[in-house]
Structures are given as structure tokens and as C-alpha cells.
Design a protein around this ligand. Structure first.
Ligand SMILES: [Zn+2]
Ligand SMILES: [Zn+2]
Length: 873
């Protein structure tokens, strides 16, 4: 095995990163004589286990925390349901399907009996047949019946259109109806198509407002199919839930008695029936047992080793790990003049909801990975470096490997680094590794696929753009750099490995993040039954009000309608009347304006701010209003697709930030002051010295300054004041309190209480995605040794979205498991006094100070010892 020079480092600047700009670059220089069977360097590997043994030899301490052998599974078929028409059976037979898998048959039969059903099984388990079968059988039996299919993306709807069309069932006339559908065709589709494929946005903006033109279609609507329904989560999911209620209302108005039957397809998740029930507002039965076949995979969990806390490491140019490991105050704390840990009432805020606009679920918000100097004191080898090494090693062994990296820039860094180390070993070998990013043309993607499948290309580093774009399966190994946020994404990525009859290797490399740390030490959370649930909250007043306005604009609301829209509907309608949006008449509530209400299903976090390059006027992108204060304040270093800009000015009234390209050797970090007040308590658990609460809170935060940190060393250069207005957020929070006495008994010194609570809060935010499909950037937190409203040491965790998106509620309901996992993640991290893998947070508004790792464990032990296993919601 090659040895790497001690000072091996990633390229320092993005300018040195070689971007792969076209597929031509990818295969240029590859040698067709080389075959994948005999690796170009080193002997061939016999099996995934053999390959894994070779990979883990790199480090003196074994980085592998667990190896799971996922055995191959033979599929279990069932007979076609007796009601399956002969035409349909023959059509499937032409496609090579001779019998359905058992779960397909079960779901199809429930749906055919007009029971609402959700199929929540793995990737490629054939969920489409489960809804095609009852839908098409019904269309054949009743020549007037119609079907509406909803997909989160146009591309998926187009795929499904092809699948339905190739079955060639007479009289169905399937058609896509979306923003790209030419006007001339729309009329024909409304009149003649009996299987319309669209997306929730089109249903909301086009079909429902124009319902009169769809009256015939809606009156005969037999099925509504909701594909990839786990995507409808958070605020977006809450909006879609009401769009579906509006659809049910219009069906009823046009005489569809009993309403259409809903068939939903979901990735595996915790409690899919409940999530589907919230989404549709109807009782839904779940089918969760996957009976389709799959290839065997050896799945390794990999934790990058801790870097030695020696001065030599710093001298070699790595970010100094010694400060955190030795427990000395971090440079940021010293320079910022942060409140001392002994100040009893120090309030420690985290910001919530800071996400760049345009993130389309289910992809997690992009996270900035810094390959050279971390913003935080780094004590583990970075996941990017590990991934690059693993990619280089597998390619050197002649194994076709796909590496998934969360950010585009990260993927480029991994590919560049792997290419470089391969070229050091065998000049020219680096050419067989490429980076894949979104935005390629279709032909370029095809060329990449071809090169990889034929072995011209052996390694590819990619963002999860692949999940939604390219059909690339049958690889020998997959390296996943950082937990992709949900088990669904994890298995979707791991599922790229494994050709029929051949075993494959998958490796999950933990990033320095509490959730990743937890998962690599708790394989049962990865391989056992899922607990993470798709969370949405249709009762959110910020969603309900606008949706009721849309419904009223479509047709006056009646008291019966209000029941359909749920508990808060009466109150919301009253507020709309007071605001002058609705007028109450004896026959119902009427929309008062000529124009329809403008409601964006995906909009959140206020009016987006445009990022404009000052010299050219070019629009680089948008950032949501809430994040703009943090990311686009004057002087901020703003990264856009790997290119560095500095902000000249931010005009919040115009919603515009002017920037110029510049790559300074510092990064910027906004600091804010946050306060929180409790508005009301919805539910609580009184557990002796511990209290657990769910309720409404008002969060006020103001970005007051920013720090400039030297990239190479993490040293604070200076702190500069900012003049930005405070922002208010009414949202939902979960919080726990402890009595000061219980903390004393547990051995927490009063002076250490702020650091203990703060550390527990960071880790708790990091672990919430374990039980709810949120990103840690969807939520915020605040901890304090004495809160005026609770009069006790308190940790708050709140939804970062106005009105809440259901995350805090889920956290409350799952508090015992959530906080147990939080405690274990902290306790099991090998660092001494806290690191980004356990209690440090990359978005701390307080410079990660104070933090006390051992005391955080004590705090959580007190909570867990007293809290009943299941809190009542
Ligand atoms: Zn740690
Ligand atoms: Zn913090």
C-alpha cells in the first residue's frame, strides 16, 4: 500500500480545484486496454470483505465501528389479484412481469377495495405497480373513471408517463399536465385524458383555481396517487396537505360521492400510516414489508480517526486540534469577550431556519464543508479526506466506485484529491476519476454513465444529484461521505452498489456531527426499524390561513368545509375576515379580491434576497429572508457554487445584496443576540425535578456583529459591529427544565450549568433528525441557567419556521428516545472535552462558548432518569 506524505493536504483554494467541465475530460486519457478485472495497481480484490480489509489497514486504529452484512433477499411473489383484467396481466407479461411481489399485490388489493393505502418499502421495490394495478384495472372496468398522479418533480412524472404509456392500455390516454405542457394540448388533456400526471404546484396554481374546466375529470376521479410522499414534509408538506384537502373539496362539489381513493408511495420511514394520514386528512393503511429481491451488501460504518493533539500536527499545517482537546479557551471566545460561564443568566442562542432558498426537498440543505481549515477546532480527520482516500484506494484496486458527497464543492475536492494521489502512485491513473455535479446536459450524463459502466472511468465523486437524475446502478462499491440526512437517502445511495448475483461494498463515513457520531456507534439505528418519521403540521396558522384564502377564492367556504381543514380553521377564517380578505355572508365566506391570493407552496423564511454581482448585474442566486442577515451582511464572505464573493451592501427593503468576487483568507461568522419568551404551553410532562413542555414561543433575534476567522488557523482576526434590524419569529418549541438542586446532586457545579445546558442543547439539535425528517438547519435552540418564564435551568429547541413545521412536536412525543440518543452521542465521542462530532455546533451564535461535555452528560442523565419513557402528546 502506498504511503501518503505527512503533509498531504487538499488544495487550498477553489482556484486550484480542477473542475470537470465536460464528459470529454472524463474519459480522455483513459486506457481501454486496462480492464476492471485486474486492478491497475495492486492485486485484484476477491470480495467486498477482502476490499474492506485492505481499506481499513490504512489507519493504525481501526476506523470501522461496525460491519453489517445485508444478505441477499429472494423475492416473494403472489398471484395476480382475481380482479386483475386479462389485458393488464398481458401488458405486464410483455414487460417481463409474470407475477407481482407480495407487497404489491397486498397494497393493490386494499386500494381496489377503496381503502386509502401507503406503500412504504425500499428503493426499487416496485411501488409503481402497487398503484398502477388498481388504477388501471378501474379505468378498464369503468370507461369514465379518471386517475390523478402527483410527483414532486416533473422528471419523475415524465418517467411514470412513459411507464404507463408503454403498457398500452386502450382508452386511458395518459398525459403529463405541468408548466411545460403547451397551451394547445391542455384543453385536449382536460377533456380526454383519464390518467393525468402532474405535481402539487400545478394542482395548486393551475388545476384547482381552474376547477370548472376540470369538473368532469374531478367528478369521476377514482384514484389520487401520491408518489414519493415522504418529500412532503415540514412547511412544504403542510401546504401540500391543504392542497389535497382543496382537491377533495372540489371533487365533492362536482358530485364525486365518497371521494377518490388515495394511494401513496413512500420511502421507508417511521410510522408511514400516520404521516400519510396527516398529509391526506384520511385514515390510511400502511404496507411496509418489502418482498422484492435485492443483492447482498457488506456495509461498513467508518469513523475517521482523531488527529493526534501534538504541536507537530499544527506545524504540518492542519488546523490545530490542541486547543479544544486540551480544554484551553478557544480563540473565538477570548477575542469575543463572551460572557463568562459563571454569569448565571447567560443566554445562548442558535439560529433556526437558515437555509438558502431553492433547496428542493428531499435533498438536505447544502452544508459548507471546509476541506482545509475548519471553522471549528477540528479534532477528527475530515470525512472529505477519508472519502478521497477511500475512493483512491478502491480505484487503485480496480473497483468501480461511486462516492457521494453532500456539497458540490466537496465532490470536486474529493475527486481532485483522489486523482492527485492516484497520479502520484501511477501517472495517468488519476484520469479514471471524475466529479459529477448537477447541471450536466443529458448527453454528458449518458457519457458519464457509459464510461463508468464500461470501466473507462473507475471512480466518480458526486453530490446526490444522481439520486434524481441518472440511472446508475450496479457498481462494486459506494462510499457515502456523511449521513445524507434520512435513511431513505442513505439506502437510495447504498442501493447503487450491487450487480445481480454479485456482492458489493458500501461505506458510510461519519462527518464530525453528533448525528453521524451516534449512527456509527449505533448500527441498530441504521439497520434496524426506522424511527425517523416524515413530519408536517397542517395546523400551522401561517399555512392554514393562506390555504383557506386559496380555497375561498376557488369557491365560498361553508361551515362544513372548515371541518375538512381541521382544528384551527375557524380561528383562521375569523382572522381572514378581520384582515379584510374574506367577507362573511349567510351562505358562507367569500374571497373579496379580484386577484387570487398569491401563495407559494415552497416559500418560507420571508421574501428572498437576490444576490447580485455588482460589476455585471448578474443574478447569482437567492437567499431566504431569514438567512440573509447571517449570510449576506456587509463584509460577509459568500460562497456560491465554489466561488468566493464578498458582500458590498445589503438592502433589505429592496431585497438585494451586491457582491464582488474576492477570495480573502478569512471566513466570516455572524453573531447574534437572541431572546425567547413563552407564549403558551400546549402540553407538558411533570417529572419531579424535570419538566418537559411543548408550546408556542416568540423568538427575537438580531445579528449584531460578525467575526473574521483566519481560514488556515481558525484564529479570530477581529469582530466588527453590524446594524441590522431585529427579527421576530412566532413558532413552536419543545423545552425541558431541571431543578437547580437536581443538578447539584448530579455533580454539576453551578458555574458549569450554562456550559452543560449549552452543550446538551447543541447535541440535541444535532440528533433531532434521528426521529424527524428535518435538517439540523431547520431548527434552533436556546439554553439558559435561569429563564424568566420557567424560572429554572432550561433548554429550548424550536422550529425555525413561522408557526412551526411539526419538528418540535415530534421531538416532544419522542423525547425519551431523542434525548437518550443525544446523551449516548456525547458520551461515546472519543474526544476529551467536546468537538464538532458531539457538542460543538457550526452555527452557534455564541462562538461555541461556554461548553461542558461531561456536565452535558450529567444534565441529560438527570432528565432521562426522571422522564417517563413515552411522553404524552
Ligand atoms: Zn467529541
Ligand atoms: Zn451555541
Amino acid at each position: 500500500m502506498r504511503t501518503r506524505p505527512a503533509d498531504f493536504r487538499f488544495p487550498n483554494t477553489s482556484a486550484r480545484v480542477q473542475y470537470v467541465t465536460s464528459a470529454a475530460t472524463v474519459s480522455a486519457g483513459s486506457d481501454p486496454e486496462r480492464t476492471t478485472d485486474a486492478g491497475p495497481a495492486g492485486p485484484p480484490v476477491a470480495s467486498p470483505g477482502d476490499l474492506l480489509r485492505r481499506l481499513r489497514q490504512r489507519h493504525p486504529a481501526d476506523p470501522v465501528t461496525h460491519v453489517e452484512r445485508v444478505p441477499p433477499r429472494a423475492g416473494t411473489t403472489a398471484p395476480w389479484p382475481s380482479w386483475t383484467p386479462e389485458d393488464l396481466r398481458a401488458a405486464y407479461a410483455r414487460r417481463g412481469v409474470t407475477a407481482p411481489w407480495r407487497h404489491q399485490a397486498e397494497a393493490a388489493s386494499l386500494a381496489y377495495d377503496r381503502r386509502h393505502v401507503v406503500v412504504a418499502t425500499g428503493t426499487a421495490s416496485g411501488k409503481s405497480l402497487a398503484y398502477q394495478l388498481p388504477a388501471l384495472a378501474t379505468l378498464l372496468a369503468d370507461p369514465r373513471a379518471t386517475v390523478l398522479y402527483l410527483a414532486p418533480t416533473k422528471a419523475l412524472a415524465a418517467d411514470q408517463l412513459r411507464a404507463v404509456a408503454t403498457l398500452e392500455i386502450e382508452g386511458v390516454r395518459p398525459a403529463c399536465y405541468d408548466g411545460d405542457t403547451p397551451r394547445a394540448e391542455r384543453e385536449w388533456i382536460r377533456r380526454h385524458s383519464r390518467f393525468v400526471l402532474t405535481n402539487p404546484d400545478m394542482l395548486h396554481h393551475g388545476i384547482l383555481p381552474g376547477h370548472a374546466q376540470w369538473s368532469g375529470f374531478l367528478r369521476r376521479l377514482a384514484y389520487v396517487v401520491i408518489d414519493e410522499c415522504h418529500v412532503y414534509r415540514g412547511v412544504f408538506g403542510s401546504h401540500v396537505a391543504h392542497v389535497l384537502r382543496r382537491l377533495r373539496r372540489q371533487c365533492a362539489r362536482y358530485g364525486r360521492t365518497g371521494g377518490p381513493t388515495f394511494v401513496l408511495a413512500s420511502a421507508t420511514s417511521g410510522d408511514p400510516a400516520a404521516a400519510a394520514g396527516r398529509l391526506t386528512g384520511l385514515p390510511v393503511t400502511a404496507i411496509t414489508e418489502d418482498t422484492s429481491p435485492r443483492a447482498g451488501v457488506t456495509f461498513a460504518l467508518w469513523e475517521p480517526p482523531l488527529l493526534p493533539p501534538e504541536p507537530s500536527a499544527a506545524a504540518a499545517g492542519s488546523p490545530s486540534p490542541s486547543a479544544a482537546a486540551a480544554g484551553s479557551p478557544s480563540p473565538s471566545a477570548a477575542a469575543a469577550g463572551s460572557p463568562s460561564p459563571s454569569a448565571a443568566a447567560v443566554v445562548l442562542p442558535e439560529q433556526g431556519g437558515h437555509r438558502a432558498a431553492g433547496d428542493t426537498p428531499p435533498m438536505p440543505a447544502p452544508r459548507q464543508e471546509s476541506p482545509t481549515g475548519s471553522d471549528l477546532t477540528q479534532v477528527r480527520r475530515s470525512a472529505l479526506r477519508e472519502t478521497a482516500d477511500l475512493l483512491a484506494d478502491t480505484v487503485a484496486a480496480g473497483v468501480r466506485t461511486l462516492a457521494f458527497v453532500r456539497s458540490r464543492r466537496g465532490a470536486e475536492v474529493v475527486a481532485t484529491s483522489a486523482r492527485r494521489s492516484l497520479d502520484e502512485a501511477v501517472p495517468g491513473l488519476g484520469d479514471r476519476v471524475a466529479a459529477y455535479r448537477g447541471g450536466y446536459l443529458r448527453e454528458e450524463r449518458r457519457e458519464l454513465e457509459r464510461a463508468l459502466l464500461h470501466g473507462d472511468l473507475l471512480g466518480l465523486a458526486s453530490t446526490n444529484a444522481l439520486e434524481l437524475g441518472v440511472d446508475l446502478i450496479g457498481l462494486d462499491a459506494v462510499v457515502i461521505c456523511g449521513y445524507p440526512g434520512t435513511r431513505a437517502s442513505l439506502w437510495q445511495q447504498a442501493g447503487r452498489a450491487g450487480r445481480s448475483g454479485q456482492e458489493a461494498l458500501a461505506v458510510l463515513v461519519a462527518r464530525d456531527d453528533p448525528l453521524d457520531t451516534y449512527l456509527v456507534h449505533h448500527p441498530e439505528a441504521v439497520f434496524g426499524a426506522p424511527v425517523e418519521a416524515t413530519v408536517l403540521d397542517p395546523a400551522n396558522a401561517y399555512v392554514l390561513g393562506p390555504q383557506l384564502a386559496c380555497a375561498a377564492a376557488e369557491a365560498p367556504l361553508t361551515p362544513a368545509d372548515l371541518e375538512l381543514f381541521g382544528d384551527g380553521a375557524k380561528q383562521a377564517v375569523r382572522e381572514l375576515v378581520e384582515a379584510g380578505a374574506l367577507r362573511q355572508r349567510p351562505t358562507g365566506w367569500y374571497w373579496r379580491h379580484r386577484e387570487r391570493p398569491e401563495v407559494d407552496l415552497r416559500g418560507e423564511g420571508g421574501t428572498p434576497v437576490c444576490v447580485v454581482e455588482a460589476a455585471t448585474g448578474r443574478l447569482l442566486g437567492t437567499v431566504d429572508g431569514g438567512s440573509a442577515h447571517f449570510l449576506l451582511h456587509p463584509g460577509a464572505v459568500y460562497l456560491h457554487q465554489g466561488v468566493s464573493y464578498v458582500v458590498d451592501s445589503l438592502d433589505l427593503d429592496d431585497g438585494c445584496a451586491l457582491v464582488h468576487p474576492e477570495e480573502p483568507d478569512w471566513s466570516t461568522h455572524a453573531r447574534d443576540v437572541t431572546s425567547l419568551s413563552v407564549v403558551s404551553v400546549r402540553s407538558y410532562v411533570d417529572a419531579g425535578p424535570v419538566g418537559l413542555f411543548l408550546g408556542e414561543v416568540d423568538v427575537t433575534s438580531q445579528v449584531v456583529s460578525y467575526q473574521r476567522w483566519r481560514i488556515a488557523t481558525g484564529e479570530v482576526i477581529d469582530t466588527r459591529p453590524l446594524d441590522l434590524p431585529a427579527r421576530e419569529l412566532r413558532t413552536v418549541a419543545v423545552w425541558f427544565t431541571l431543578s437547580p438542586e437536581s443538578l447539584l446532586v448530579a455533580g454539576v457545579d453551578p458555574a458549569d450549568v450554562p456550559g452543560a445546558l449549552h452543550a446538551a442543547e447543541h447535541a440535541a439539535i444535532g440528533l433531532l433528525p434521528l426521529v424527524a425528517t428535518c435538517d439540523r438547519w431547520d431548527i434552533g435552540g436556546l439554553s439558559t441557567a435561569v429563564h424568566p418564564d420557567t424560572e429554572a435551568p432550561t433548554v429550548f429547541v424550536y422550529d425555525g419556521h413561522p408557526g412551526g413545521a411539526g419538528f418540535a412536536e415530534r421531538a416532544y412525543g419522542m423525547a425519551a428516545s431523542w434525548l437518550r440518543a443525544t446523551r449516548d452521542a456525547i458520551a461515546e465521542c472519543g474526544c476529551e472535552s467536546g468537538c464538532p462530532s458531539c457538542v460543538q455546533s457550526p452555527k452557534c451564535g455564541n462562538g461555541n462558548n461556554p461548553l461542558s461535555k461531561p456536565d452535558a452528560i450529567r444534565v441529560l442523565d438527570v432528565v432521562l432518569d426522571n422522564l417517563p419513557e413515552v411522553a404524552r402528546v
